[in-house]
Design a protein around this ligand. Structure first.
Ligand SMILES: [Zn+2]
Length: 145
């Protein structure tokens, strides 16, 4: 069932927080469809263009997991329409710029591209395919948590 070129479905489901708190983060078929759309339209082609490994730090989050990691209630992660990505080579600045340039250059529809940073200085790129209401706003944002 895996039609992805560079990613495994499990990368979007597994979560250390879910394991530690024994949260069952099992997706519905609909969620898997959403994750597939995200990979096929954005992540696989972006990974091919980037030419180096990309790691998924967070993909789908059930309600309990989303609450456990402090995600907002409207998060696209809840429906499998978002992923947090870091480059395997650690070049996060370069990757964020590359990803945003790629979205612009390819005119790929999406909802939000967010360069995120937490209080411990960890950084990742969030990509959301659709908003809660199904729109694609093509927003470029930076966020410090
Ligand atoms: Zn995210």
């Amino acid at each position: 069932m895996n039609k992805f070129k560079y990613f495994e479905l499990d990368e979007f489901l597994s979560s250390d927080t879910a394991k530690a708190r024994r949260i069952d983060n099992y997706p519905t078929f609909e969620t898997v469809d959403h994750l597939s759309a995200l990979v096929m339209t954005i992540l696989d082609p972006l990974r091919a263009a980037w030419g180096s490994g990309l790691n998924v730090t967070s993909g789908y989050r059930c309600r309990a997991l989303n609450a456990a990691v402090g995600g907002v209630g409207t998060s696209a992660h809840l429906r499998g329409y978002a992923a947090d990505i870091v480059p395997a080579n650690g070049r996060i600045d370069e990757f964020m710029k590359f990803a945003e340039d790629w979205l612009r250059k390819t005119n790929t529809p999406f909802d939000q591209s967010i360069c995120e940073k937490d209080s411990r200085g960890r950084r990742w790129w969030h990509i959301g395919l659709y908003s809660q209401t199904g729109t694609q706003r093509r927003q470029y944002l930076s966020l410090t948590k």
